[in-house]
Design a protein around this ligand. Sequence first.
Ligand code: HEC
Length: 614
Amino acid sequence: MSPYPMRRARPACRVPIYAVLVALPLLALGLAEPHPAAAAELAGRVTGPDGVPVVGALVTAERGDPARGTTVFSDADGRFAIPGLDAGVWELRVRRIGWRDRREAVPVPGAEWAATLERETDAAALAEQLPANRWFALLLDEIDDPVHREQFVRQCTYCHQQGSPATRVPREDWQWEKVLALMARLGGGLTEDVRVQVPRWFAAAYDPDHAIPRLTKGMATPAFAPPPPPEVRRAVIDEWVLGGRASMQHDLMVHPSGHVYSVDMMQDALFRLDPETGETKSFPIPDDGLPLGGVFATGGSPLVPNSNAHVGPHSLQVGPDGSVWVTLALGNRLGRFDPRSEQWKLYALDEGFYPHTLRVDGKGRVWFTIAGSNHVARFDPAQERFETIRLPAQSLRQDVMLRLIPVFLWLSQYVEIDLGAASEGVVGMPVPYGIDIAPDGDVWFSQLNAHRIGRIDPETLAVEMVDTPFTAPRRLRFDSQGKLWIPGFSSGLVSRFDPKTRSFESWEIPIEPKGTETPYALHVERSTDTVWICGTNSDTLIRFDPERERFLVYPLPTRVTYTREIDFDSRGRVWTSNSNTPTWQIERGQPRVIRLDPRDPDGPTPAHTLAGVP
Ligand code: HEC
């Protein structure tokens, strides 16, 4: 039997709301004082060569180092206005599928900018403009067996997009052997029967002679890439480059102070962004004496190339006193960062491997999933004590494997363990994933690979499990009514679970072609119970209004935008980060945090304030 190594650089997303409670004391501490930057607007119009308006183009103004950009959409008349830009020269880019990108340096303030676009008539160049999921559809078509397809989607899309340019490069069999061995070492294992077919699937799907005509069929017709609807075109999207090329901003969180915190999993740092001033600061996380790779350092490193991780921060949440709690996945620790003193305190887990997503309950206790060893733990900050709960496995064999993990890790100091082979065992491990606290205090979590969710009684710690009628429940969230919203990662749907009636209601994610989206996480904006979902494989954020059962899809400006966690600020603006791993696959190769302001006429606060570039 292969030893079970642990999945590594796993993605995850999340976000909570103790905001109101925390906001008052923090404001009193003077942590929030914006400053009005002298802001100008850049207006213009996007047209084709014949003067006909181009509707729904993404118009981005960007500058600075690290770069910071603002994007708006052109309206029905091709007009756009980018608010809140500081005076100076900005790099403008206009982008719309079916048209060639246009770039120009433009002074602000300045005259109206007339952007004339040229049609993209070259089919290969047009296909390059399409998001990864459109290409991924071709690959999925090659996989006949639905069980193989589900496994491939679940295991091969949780660090990076599939169908993006880097994944489409033609490879010989020996090159695939190397790629798949690396993926397996990182945690992206496949069972043998699936692995042997991978090279053939890729070669057939991405052969340009076959792919390009299929992807560009009907390219000259208006139905080929229709513009987003008017509600979407109202949005303003801001992006901040955060960290370097070897960084990976795994999860982020909006602090009640208004600052946005993000963890760089590859460089062991916590970043703080002040969206009002654009100022950023990074706080290194102590390594606690752990080697590179943390507790997984022995027996073959699980690290992504360029990684400098000893503790590997994964997810973060705010506590009732404003402190930031961070799961340190590679270090097997829970960290507490005090924003006032800027000091860290690390707590080593008693039991379990790979602390993952976390939430803070109404009593200030920190609950988190432990993905590698099938646990959930509760940490009581007052007593500085963990309570670790072993979750049900799916079979006796699996239970034994999970209990043997500490032995494998210990052994791996002395014997070389074939992590590639071992990763096969991971494919079937339960992998506790998302977690959230219900309004009544119950704790609910998902077991990603076991296709089920579970409830923990917060006082007795009794566990009960519920099978999901769909595959791969990932990062789940409660709405204000106590209904649990769950993204089906490999099933391309969003589901609402009612803990009272134990019933599920599901909606297919409307990204075309259906089944090509891998919704990693979602969050519910609880003043309106609007659900926001990661369009992880299609460079989008997806909004769902449960009352009207209506989806809106917001295209994001950067290609290869892989999102894992969503949070909201006090104005109902939506925050996420581009955490595609590796970062070099992202367009222009840098990680970004993203803010989307839907500018709803009836939203919490329609006003949009923009930070200048320092
Ligand atoms: C745990 C994270 C993770 C998972 C899961 C994962 N990958 Fe990767 N993948 C990476 C990283 C990191 C790189 C970049 C490696 C590098 O820079 O050398 C990468 C690169 C690639 C590349 C480009 C390789 C190159 O040399 O340009 C391909 C193709 C790829 N992955 C396919 C897959 C397939 C197929 C699967 C499913 C078996 C998979 N990935 C699962 C992390 C992952």
